[in-house]
Design a protein around this ligand. Structure first.
Ligand code: 5GP
Length: 208
């Protein structure tokens, strides 16, 4: 099975603090036809994170071995740690018949766009630099120098937004969630997507 032959592939990127994870999580709570691909990372688990659920947590040697086996369809170094989407992780979602959502950084998103030109790319923006900084500070988990680093990274990341097909500005959460649902729904109504999903209906109507 391949991504090309099956459901929709959504790629969502954003600078940290834009609210990407919360939006994707909220989307999946209301939309049971879409599921995340579980990435591999060399960073340590945080809080309640569980191996195999949020991420597959691996050491550098394991990540290197997977790279050598060409196991990743994309990977990147983010904030000093490595993250990658394995072919197997995507196939596992496809096998369940779900649309796939990749919540990854922009470097990985650009690699996915190269490999799967039919993917649907979405970039989440904060409403302003001030609001982004406020949100990063509000998290309260990071030291001031970490926040500064994240702001510097955010400038680099936001400069890549023009590579994405859709842009959602996360000013009011519910509005941004509505926008996200709209993008997903619109994609499912495209001719090719409907032909895949409703093959019987198309055939009965004589639409090959
Ligand atoms: P965190 O460590 O906060 O969970 O994630 C840090 C960044 O890495 C986020 O922007 C997240 O979307 C990104 N990320 C998570 N998984 C992957 C992946 O498989 N590939 C890439 N390129 N980035 C990822």
């Amino acid at each position: 099975m391949s991504v090309q032959a099956s459901g929709n592939l959504f790629v969502v990127a954003a600078p940290s603090g834009a609210g990407k994870s919360s939006l994707v999580k909220a989307l999946m709570e209301v939309d049971h036809r879409i599921a995340p691909s579980v990435s591999h990372t060399t960073r340590a688990p945080r809080g309640q994170e569980k191996d195999g659920r949020e991420y597959h947590f691996v050491d550098d040697a394991t990540f290197d071995a997977m790279l050598a086996q060409d196991a990743f369809i994309e990977w990147a170094n983010v904030h000093g740690k490595r993250y990658g989407t394995s072919r197997q992780a995507i196939d596992a979602v496809i096998a369940t018949g779900h649309d796939v959502v990749l919540e990854i950084d922009y470097q990985g998103a650009l690699q996915i766009q190269q490999k799967f030109p039919q993917c649907i790319s979405i970039f989440i923006l904060p409403p302003s630099w001030e609001e982004l900084e406020t949100r990063l500070r509000r998290r309260g988990e990071d030291q001031p120098e970490v926040i500064e680093l994240r702001m510097a990274n955010a400038r680099e990341e936001i400069a890549q937004a023009h590579h994405f097909q859709f842009v959602i500005i996360n000013e009011v959460f519910d509005r941004a969630l509505f926008d996200m649902k709209s993008v997903v729904q619109a994609q499912r109504l495209r001719f090719e997507a409907q032909r895949r999903l409703r093959a019987d209906t198309f055939a009965s109507l004589g639409l090959a």
